[in-house]
Design a protein around this ligand. Structure first.
Ligand SMILES: [Zn+2]
Length: 334
């Protein structure tokens, strides 16, 4: 029922339910990829990997350990001793352009793109939300060239300034930031963008700074309504929707990250945005509403029931486990 309510609220406006084929027309899915037609936008969620994040990444936080433990307890066994994490990227087809939002940790996203029926060569714009390794690790191919050879790379200028200091000094992540962007700089397809600037007609960056100085979302205007890919606004959905002030140790500026989260939750609820989150449960597409107190609720897009067929239900969202995601030192799930 929740699924139907959500579909009616978020997707009926796009007249998709009246499309020939009814529910079957809404989505296509396979292992690690999931496509939904949202008006004139074709949105494909791509799963890079899944893992778990230790509690220690979230504590100390702006909520007390007792409150954290209570929320984790309510969340059930999934949160018994650590927080489940997903790493996702998104492909958006809009007109003749194919936008990839974030590139994952390595070669997995290019593989998922192929599985979903596209070629990495068809990507016209790669747009990254920020410079952490789970978002830029897949920009360069294993040989060092561009993993998306025909794409222009749009990257937040403030993250470039933070992660690749102009004085030649280094911070955590500098080496990867240099390597990941190098092949695009080399062939003249690297485009640093200012906060809030336009990426392409109908595609605008939205400053969501706090997690990193340049952390950005991307808002796509489509005939089905606005679609916002919000990057790392949420790392622990069962904690941070009810208590948006809770931050994670990866946040460069924790108070700003919390303020930005509250602001974008309100905007998503008011604007009835279809949202995509890099670390929400795959396929990580859904809407936000206000809930108890100062809290919010996440309403995932649920896949349509699979057509009656022999064999087990396809495991939408199944993705290879990524043990490295547990290691805080690794460039994972940041
Ligand atoms: Zn991340």
């Amino acid at each position: 029922m929740k699924a139907m309510l959500f579909l009616q609220a978020a997707l009926l406006a796009a007249a998709l339910l009246s499309a020939p084929g009814g529910r079957e027309a809404l989505a296509a899915e396979g292992e690690g990829w999931f496509t939904v037609q949202y008006g004139d936008l074709t949105v494909t969620a791509l799963s890079d990997s899944t893992g778990r994040m230790p509690y220690s990444l979230f504590l100390p936080s702006e909520i007390s350990p007792a409150d954290f433990a209570a929320l984790a307890g309510q969340a059930g066994p999934e949160y018994a001793d650590s927080v489940p994490s997903w790493i996702n990227a998104f492909l958006v087809r809009k007109g003749d352009s194919l936008f990839l939002v974030d590139a994952g940790t390595g070669t997995g996203i290019a593989d998922r793109i192929r599985a979903a029926g596209y070629a990495p060569e068809a990507v016209t714009h790669v747009i990254v939300t920020h410079f952490h390794g789970d978002h830029i690790g897949g920009l360069a191919a294993e040989g060092g060239g561009k993993a998306f050879p025909n794409a222009v790379l749009f990257a937040p200028k403030r993250d470039e300034e933070y992660f690749i200091p102009s004085d030649g000094s280094e911070v955590s992540g500098t080496d990867l930031a240099r390597r990941a962007t190098a092949p695009y700089r080399a062939d003249g397809t690297y485009r640093p963008f200012e906060p809030g600037s336009q990426i392409a007609p109908g595609v605008n960056s939205v400053s969501l700074w706090g997690h990193t100085p340049g952390h950005s979302g991307f808002r796509f205007e489509g005939t089905g309504g606005p679609f916002l890919a919000w990057g790392d606004i949420v790392h622990a959905y069962l904690i941070q929707f009810p208590r948006p002030e809770a931050t994670v140790s990866y946040d460069v500026d924790r108070p700003s990250a919390a303020e930005t989260r509250k602001r974008v939750f309100n905007e998503a609820a008011d604007g009835k945005l279809l949202v995509a989150g890099a670390h929400l449960p795959f396929p990580a597409l859904g809407t936000v509403s206000r809930a108890q107190g100062a809290g919010f609720a996440w309403h995932p897009y649920l896949p349509p029931e699979p057509a009656a067929a022999d064999g087990p239900k396809p495991e939408a969202g199944a993705a290879p486990a990524s043990p490295e995601a547990e290691a805080p030192a690794a460039d994972q799930a940041k």
